[in-house]
Structure formats: C-alpha cells, structure tokens
Design a protein around this ligand. Structure first.
Ligand code: COA
Ligand code: AMP
Length: 632
C-alpha cells in the first residue's frame, strides 16, 4: 500500500487499522474494544485487552526461536567494556530482578523510580517493572537532586533503583549521594533503594533501606509476567512544562506495545533479527521507546551505548559502533552530528570503518538544520530522515516512513504525518490553514493514535488544561510551524517557553524560578539563544535588588552554580547578564522575543507596545559585555 492509502485508512477507519496492528501482540485477553470513545476527551485504546509488555519484549521471543539471538549489546568506551545478552539471558536476568523487586514489596501498580546511567541494568530495571505490573519512572542522570525530589513527591515510589555512579567522558559522577539528598528533600519517602555497585565508585548503603543489586537479585526467585490491562500505566516520564513543576506523562501498556511494534516496520523499515541503535539515553522518551521497548517488542537487537559522539575516544565513535555491531539503523539527535562534524568536518574517521550494512539514519529531538542533514547525507550515503515527535506522543508524529514508501526528502521538514496522526495547522481563531505564509499552532486532531499519552499522572485537569483546552477537539503540540501544500509539516519554534538544548527539553520558566530564588535578584528572564553545537543554550538576565552592592561577577557565578545545583548540569546554564531593567510591554509582559533577537544578533522591529525603548540599548550593552551576539 502507498503512504497515502495507508494514511487514509488510518484516519478513516482507525478501529480497523489499529485492530489489525494489535494482532502482532500477544494478549492474555484479546481486546474487543479497539478505541474506547466513551469518555471524551479521554480516549483509550484496547481498553478490555490484557497483556504483559515484558512478555511481549522477551519471553515471547525466547519461546519462538530467538532464545539465542542477541537482545542487547552494551558498549561502553568509557569503561572499555562490551557485554552482550541473548534474549534468553536477558529474560532470565529480568525475571530474577523482577523477583527481587517483588521480594522487597513492589506489587502491581506501585511506582519505582529509576535513576541510572547507561548500563544494561537500567534496561533490566525497566523491563522488570513491566514484568510485575509496576510503573517505572526513569529520571535522567543529568538532573540534580531537587529535580529528582520533585518527581519522588509526584510519583510516590515505593522503591528507588540506582547505580553507584555514572561516567561522563573521563569523569565519574556519583549518583548515590544525589539520590540520598533527593530523598532527604522529598516529603514522600520510598521504602527501599536497590543500588548497583560499579567498580568506579562504591556507594555507601543505608542499613534497613538500601540493598545491593546483585545480592538482592541472587537471593530472589524469578518472577512470572503479571497480566495487566491495556490501559494500565507502563511508565510515567516527567518532561518540562512551562513551570518548574514537570509534567508526568503517562504511557499505557496496550496502545504502546501495538504502536511500538508497528513503528519498527513502517517508520524504520526494520526486520526482526537486525540491530537497531538509538544513541540517546534511557532517561528520555527516545530511550524508552527506541532503546528499550520497540526494538525488543519487534525481535531486534538493541544497543546501550555509554559514551558520547566525540571524545570517547574520537569522532569516529559512532562509525566504530555501526561497524562492530553490524547496526543497520541509527537514530540520534542532530546535535550529536554537529559535534562530530565540528571535530571531523571531512568525515575522515568514517573511512576507517566498514559501514556496508548501514541502511538509514534518523534524526529527532530538535529541528534538523539542513547543513547537518546535507553533511550526513553526503558522508554516509544513506537516507537521512528527520522525524518529529515529543515525550507526550511516545513516537513519531511526522516522518518519512521508510517501511511504507520513501517520500521526497525536503531538508528542514520532518515530512508528512505518520499514519494515525491527523496533524493540522490552526490559526489563532482555530481555523485550519495551509501554506508557508500561514505559520500557526501545530495540533493533532483527537483521538490520537495508540501510545500517545492518555493523561498526566494523577492530574487529568492539567492534562486537559495544558493540551486540550486551547482548541476543542485537538491536542496542542506546543510547536508552531506550517503545513505546506503537499502536506509536508514544518516545525519552526515552540509557542511556550520550552527550549531545546542539545536535544534535551528544558523549561526557561523553571530556570527563572531558580534565579528568582537568589536573595539578590529582583527580577529575571531566561531565553534560549542560538548555538552552533547545541542548537539552543539558555541565557539569563537578572535585575538586582536595589541596594545590592556586591561584585556582579560573584553574583553571576552564584547564579550559574544555583541552576546547576537545582536543575542539573543538563540545563547547560552558563551565561547570565546583569541588567538595570527588563524590557516590557505597557501591560508588564517581558519582551523575551525581542531580547532573543538582540542576543542572536538578528534584526528586530521596535515593539509598538514597549514601555521604554531606551531599555533595549541597555540590554544590547549588557549582552555585549558577556559576548553577545556570538560569532556563529
Ligand atoms: N549524568 C550526569 N551528568 C550528565 C549526564 C548524565 N547522564 N548527561 C549529561 N550530563 C552533563 C554533562 O557532563 C555536561 O556537564 P558539564 O556542564 O559539566 O560539561 C552537561 O550535563 C551538559 O551535557 P550535554 O548537553 O550532553 O553536553 P556535552 O557537552 O557533555 O555533550 C553533545 C554535547 C552534543 C556531545 C551531547 O549533548 C550529545 O551527545 N547529545 C545528543 C543528545 C541526545 O542524545 N538527545 C536525546 C534525544 S534524541
Ligand atoms: P521531547 O519531548 O524532549 O522529545 O521534545 C519534544 C520537542 O522537541 C518537540 O515538541 C519539538 O519542539 C522538538 N522536536 C523534536 N523533534 C523535532 C524535529 N524533528 N524537528 C523539530 N523539532 C523537534
């Protein structure tokens, strides 16, 4: 079937379309209701079906001839080690660890927070939760203790899983002190923590609360898969909202399994048995979907890479991986390729490796700039596919679906809507518009396809308010752009204060809350400014309280340290200017857009509503002092 035929089928008859797709999953109880529309705007998929995601990801393959096939390859240049698990080995290890969770009081529906580096145990932890019907919530290792504490208080886990340390390039980052600090800060106290001790750092365990991973696992009986409802949550993944309080995106079991499986064939053109590598982190949605669940549900081999695109040891790292592990498809963020291109502009390192079996490269996480796309196309000579999605959807909303039909690649556009997603561009009055001249809100008509968030954790109201209230009957993606006359989608910017730093989604509102908590700060604003490597990086501007006479440089250092302590190194907050006043409209709204243009060195029109135009000269001067605009 052509892309258009399949797309039309998915929107005209979603029940038939997804009912057929559901046949690829093993159900304890086959769903008889495919799409449950009884409680709009809450739509549920396969609501009376029962399954187990871990069974579908592991046991089913062990039973059906893939026992000896590799399920997971762990490659860690930072520890100079490689470890491989067959499906049988991974299933047995997961079953034992699931037994350890049960033995320590974790039951169906309980939450378990996973705060771990990129080691196989992170994947084992997630699958073990899925096996016993517990709900995992993975927190990215680059977040600070306070962010972890916020998530503990929202998810209220009974158990925390961690490792003694992560390794960032050559630095050993101890995780356990951060975890201990987070539990001290949180109101909710988890009963137990299981700690995987790595040789690079030994964590001290708190008697009665903390357990050693290997001992707990060795002592446990393997646990069987527990049937859950298709609509039961598989995981909660927190993502940045417009404030410092993150949103707990809920993923269900049934819809997720069906969509993940479907996407491996249709979006990525994979065949079971092949090796698929998402060079991301299990702390992000890309890691959940395409390091852990989709490749395993589909019977592929997945890859856990503990390293960086450059520096571990050189910009040939990705090509070594592809060649050593016979990877056929790679998925990463454009920023990783910008890092490689910067160090190896002519792609000399590529020539050292045999990339014969490499078929396609997928980019997501941020807009793919055409230069990066052209460079990758030219150097690798495979289709380079930009696709667009978000934590909330769990998989691609727009893509060039290689497994259906390769459409023309238009650099700068993630191509057309993936079957199942009815994507439209609405103007401020809520009318559908098309054409380059009509930049508007990119929305998805309800109901969204399987795997998309059914709600936010314990917060139906915030779900409706954040996503469904702007335009009735539509999900607001928060991205602005346009749909061209050929149905290609162009994502241009966010409509809120989310910024995208090295493919990581961050809230400038959250950073402003931290700056505002400094005793010397009267007012502040944080904006995203252009960066050739990371796409965007945050820039803070603060107005000091009157009477503050301290050295500005001291205060700037404190502010940078504060954001690192409260949000984490991942925020990459390294620049802050002290200004006398912030430019505002007459109604008091801070003119962030204008400040961004000044910082980026772009032309701007004097906003008609500005209360005092002179302030913009002051801002230009203050930013000039800290080196803005940068020479790009
Ligand atoms: N644990 C602890 N610290 C972490 C961390 C983790 N898991 N991940 C990142 N950090 C730290 C980094 O060490 C760095 O600290 P520093 O300020 O002390 O140097 C900081 O957080 C920022 O990290 P990052 O944005 O990753 O920058 P980097 O300079 O280390 O590397 C790239 C730059 C481009 C190589 C890197 O960002 C990259 O590989 N990006 C790919 C993005 C990606 O996979 N996105 C997922 C969506 S597909
Ligand atoms: P996250 O939820 O962290 O995956 O971030 C999702 C956001 O990243 C989207 O809403 C977009 O703003 C941005 N994004 C992700 N992929 C793309 C892409 N291919 N093109 C443009 N923006 C993207």
């Amino acid at each position: 079937m052509s892309y258009q035929e399949l797309y039309d089928l998915s929107t005209n008859n979603p029940t038939q379309f997804w009912g057929d797709a559901a046949k690829n999953i093993d159900w304890y109880k086959q769903p008889t209701t495919i799409l449950d529309e009884s409680n709009p705007p809450f739509y549920r998929w396969f609501s009376d079906g029962e399954l187990n995601t871990c069974h579908n990801a592991l046991d089913r393959h062990v039973e059906n001839g893939r026992a000896d096939q590799l399920a997971l390859i762990y490659d860690s240049p930072v520890t100079d080690s490689v470890r491989k698990y067959t499906y049988q080995e991974l299933r047995d290890t997961v079953a034992k660890f699931a037994g350890a969770l049960q033995a320590n009081g974790v039951t169906k529906g309980d939450r378990v927070i996973v705060y771990m580096p990129m080691i196989p145990e992170a994947v084992i932890a997630m699958l073990a939760c899925a096996r016993i019907g517990a709900i995992h919530s993975v927190v990215f290792g680059g977040f600070a203790a306070k962010e972890l504490a916020t998530r503990i208080d929202d998810a209220k886990p009974v158990m925390m899983l961690t490792a003694s340390c992560g390794i960032e390039g050559k630095r050993v980052i101890e995780y356990k002190p951060l975890l201990d600090q987070a539990i001290e800060l949180s109101t909710h106290k988890p009963s137990h923590c299981i700690v995987y001790q790595r040789p690079q750092a030994k964590a001290s365990l708190i008697e009665g609360r903390d357990l050693d991973w290997v001992e707990a696992s060795d002592a446990a009986e393997p646990a069987d898969c527990v049937p859950v409802l298709a609509t039961d949550p598989l995981y909660i993944l927190y993502t940045s909202g417009t404030t410092g309080i993150p949103k707990g995106v809920v993923r269900d079991n049934g819809g997720h399994a069906v969509a993940m499986y479907w996407s491996m064939k249709h979006v990525y053109n994979m065949t079971p048995g092949e090796v698929y590598w998402a060079a991301s982190d299990v702390g992000w949605v890309v890691g959940h979907s395409y390091i852990v669940y989709a490749p395993l549900l589909y019977g592929c081999t997945t890859v856990v890479y503990e390293g960086k695109p450059v520096g571990t040891p050189d910009p040939g790292a990705f090509w070594r991986m592809v060649s050593d592990h016979k990877i056929s498809t790679l998925f990463t963020a454009p920023t990783a390729f910008r890092a490689i291109k910067k160090e190896d502009p002519n792609g000399e390192h590529i020539k050292n490796y045999n990339l014969d079996g490499f078929r396609a490269l997928f980019f997501a996480g941020e807009r793919c700039d055409p230069d990066t796309l052209f460079w990758a196309q030219e150097k690798l000579n495979v289709p380079v596919i930009d696709h667009w999605w978000q934590t909330e959807t769990g998989w691609a909303i727009a893509a060039n679906c290689l497994g259906i039909e390769q459409l023309e690649i238009k650099p700068g556009s993630p191509t057309r809507a993936v079957p199942g997603f009815n994507v439209q561009c609405l103007n401020e009055s809520g009318e559908p518009v098309t054409g380059k001249e009509n930049i508007g809100n990119i929305v998805i008509k309800l109901p969204m396809p399987p795997a998309c968030l059914p709600t936010l954790w314990n917060n139906d109201d915030r779900y409706v308010e954040s996503y469904l209230s702007a335009f009735k009957g539509y999900y607001l993606t928060g991205d602005a752009g346009y749909v061209d006359d050929n149905g290609y989608i162009w994502i241009m910017s966010r409509v809120d204060d989310i910024i995208n730093v090295a493919g990581h989604r961050l809230s400038t509102g959250g950073m402003e809350e931290v700056l505002a908590s400094h005793p010397d700060v009267a007012e502040c604003a944080v904006i995203g400014t252009q960066d050739t490597l990371k796409g965007e990086i945050p820039l803070g501007m603060v107005v000091l309280k009157s009477g503050v006479e301290r050295e500005e440089a001291e205060i700037q250092k404190e502010l940078i340290k504060l954001v690192r302590e409260k949000i984490g190194p991942v925020a990459a907050f390294k620049q802050v200017a002290v200004v006398h006043r912030l430019p505002k409209t007459r109604s008091g709204k801070i003119l962030r857009g204008t400040m961004k243009k000044i910082a980026d060195g772009n032309e701007f029109n004097m906003p008609a509503t500005i209360d005092d135009p002179i302030i913009l000269d002051e801002i230009t001067d203050a930013l000039g002092h800290i080196g803005f605009p940068h020479q790009q």
